[in-house]
Design a binder for this molecule. Structure first.
Ligand SMILES: [Fe+2]
Length: 431
C-alpha cells in the first residue's frame, strides 16, 4: 500500500494497567456526570462508523492524501476554499519553497558549523546519539523563524482558526524550539505515534474539555477543531512534564534544511484530525470485547465507568497511541509518510494530529530540520513569549525546555542574539 511502513516498528503498545492515580478516574467520572452514558455511546458508535470510511480512504490514497501547496500561491491569494477544506479535514499539509532551496542549504552548513564550534556545550536527545539538539537561539534558527515568508505563512495558518470572542489575533508569536540533525543509519525509536499539547489535561481541565464538548455530548459530527475562541483558554500544562508545552500552537511544524524522504528519518502523520481525536478522547470510556475477532465491532465494546485506565495517557507525556490500544484507527496502515521534502520546504500539523518520527534513516546524508510552529496571539501565548524572551536573553533555555538542557547560548561562538531583526520579526518575538 502506498506511503506506509513495510514493517511496524517495535514501538510500545499500551495495554491495560491498574493505574493508582485517582486523577484519571476522577476525570472520567466528571465527564460521565456532565454528559451521561447515552451521549458518550452515541458519539462512540458514530466515530467508529466514520473511521471505517476514513481509514479505507487513507489506505487507498496513502501519502498522497496530504495536501501540497506552494508558498508563492499562499502569499499571492491565500488558501483556496478547496485547499482550506482539505487542510481542515486532513489536519496536516506541506508548504513548499518557504525558504529558497539554495538559501536553506547554506543555512544548513551554517548550522553545522555553529554546532561544531560549540559541540562541547550542546546536549540533545537521545543522550547517546543526540539528534534533537537543545539549542534555541542559533543565528540559523533565528533566520528560519523570522524569514518574511515564514511570518506571512504563519499568519495565514493562524487565520484558519476562528474566534468569535475577538480576544485573539492571527498575528504570529514565535515559539523557540530545537533543531534536528540526524545522521544516516541512526535508529531512533523515541517518538512513536503521539499527539502533543497535553495528555490527561484534555479530559481533566474543564476549559480544555470544553474544546471537545460536541464529542462528549453525542454531537461528534459538529466538533470543530478550529475554534480558537474556546481553545485559547485550554490548560495544556495542567500536569507539567518535559513533553508538555504551555504555549499553544495552531500548527506544529518544521522547516527542512536538507532533503527529507520516506525511510530517511522523516515524519509520519495520521491524516485526519477531528474524527481521530474524537476516537482517542472516547476510547477510555469503552472496554474491548473479549473475542479478538469482534475488536472492530464498536457495538460489542462495553461502557466502562469504573476503571481509570486511559490507554497511552501518562500525565507528564504526550498522548501516546498504539495499534492494540486504538484499534479502529488502524495505525499500522494509516500512519503515512510525508512526501519527499527538499531544503526550504515545510510540513505542518494541527495540535490534535497524531504523528511519529520514522525509526530508520537509510539515506546517505544528514536529515536536518528546524522546528518552527505557527502560533496566534492569545493571552497564554503573550505571557509565555515574555517569559521566553527574558529566559533566552539571560542565557537560559526557553521555559518549556528547561528539562532538556540549560547551556548559556549567549556565550556560544557565533551567537548574535536578536541582531538584525525586522520590525515584524520583533513583534513576533515580543520585543
Ligand atoms: Fe510531537
Amino acid at each position: 500500500m502506498p506511503g506506509t511502513l513495510l514493517e511496524w516498528p517495535a514501538w510500545p503498545e499500551f495495554i491495560k494497567i491498574d493505574t493508582l492515580d485517582p486523577d484519571f478516574l476522577k476525570a472520567k467520572h466528571e465527564i460521565i456526570a456532565q454528559y451521561g452514558e447515552p451521549a458518550l455511546r452515541a458519539s462512540w458508535l458514530e466515530t467508529c462508523a466514520k473511521l471505517d470510511g476514513i481509514t479505507e480512504d487513507i489506505i487507498n490514497r496513502g501519502s498522497s492524501i496530504i495536501p501540497i501547496i506552494k508558498i508563492q500561491d499562499v502569499l499571492r491569494v491565500g488558501f483556496t476554499e478547496e485547499q482550506e477544506a482539505e487542510i481542515k479535514r486532513v489536519g496536516s499539509f506541506v508548504i513548499r519553497d518557504v525558504i529558497p532551496e539554495r538559501e536553506a542549504t547554506e543555512l544548513f552548513q551554517d548550522l553545522k558549523n555553529y554546532v561544531a564550534n560549540n559541540q562541547q556545550h550542546i546536549t540533545g536527545w537521545p543522550t547517546e546519539t543526540p539528534s534533537i539538539l537543545s539549542i534555541y537561539t542559533s543565528p540559523v534558527q533565528m533566520t528560519v523563524r523570522t524569514h518574511p515568508n515564514q511570518l506571512a505563512l504563519q499568519r495565514h495558518l493562524n487565520a484558519l482558526w476562528h474566534d468569535s470572542t475577538g480576544e485573539t489575533s492571527p498575528d504570529p508569536l514565535l515559539y523557540f524550539d530545537g533543531v534536528r540533525i540526524r545522521a544516516p543509519n541512526q535508529t531512533f525509536m523515541g517518538l512513536g505515534p503521539h499527539i502533543d499539547a497535553g495528555s490527561l489535561c484534555r479530559w481533566a481541565d474543564p476549559a480544555y474539555r470544553l474544546v471537545y464538548d460536541k464529542v462528549f455530548s453525542g454531537h461528534v459530527s459538529e466538533h470543530d477543531s478550529f475554534d480558537l475562541g474556546i481553545r485559547k483558554s485550554a490548560d495544556q500544562y495542567m500536569f507539567p512534564g518535559s513533553a508538555q508545552s504551555t504555549f499553544f500552537r495552531s500548527f506544529q511544524g518544521w522547516t527542512a534544511l536538507t532533503r527529507a524522504a520516506p525511510r530517511e528519518g522523516s515524519l509520519m502523520l495520521y491524516p485526519n484530525v477531528a474524527t481521530a481525536i474524537a476516537y482517542v478522547l472516547l476510547r477510555p470510556f469503552f472496554h474491548p470485547p473479549a473475542n479478538e475477532a469482534d475488536i472492530l465491532d464498536a457495538e460489542k465494546w462495553t461502557f466502562n465507568a469504573e476503571d481509570g485506565f486511559f490507554p497511552g495517557t501518562y500525565k507528564p507525556n504526550s498522548q501516546l497511541l498504539s495499534p492494540t490500544s486504538h484499534p479502529h484507527l488502524r495505525l499500522m496502515e494509516c500512519m503515512v509518510n510525508i512526501p519527499t521534502m527538499k531544503a526550504g520546504d515545510t510540513v505542518w500539523w494541527h495540535s490534535d494530529v497524531c504523528h511519529a518520527v520514522e525509526p530508520e534513516h537509510t539515506g546517505k546524508d544528514d536529515a536536518s530540520v528546524v522546528y518552527v510552529a505557527a502560533s496566534p496571539t492569545t493571552e497564554i501565548n503573550k505571557a509565555y513569549t515574555k517569559r521566553q524572551l527574558e529566559a533566552v536573553l539571560a542565557g537560559r533555555a526557553p521555559p518549556d525546555f528547561r528539562a532538556h538542557g540549560n547551556a548559556d547560548e549567549t556565550k556560544f561562538k557565533g551567537y548574535v542574539g536578536f541582531a538584525g531583526m525586522s520590525e515584524e520579526a520583533k513583534k513576533a518575538l515580543g520585543i
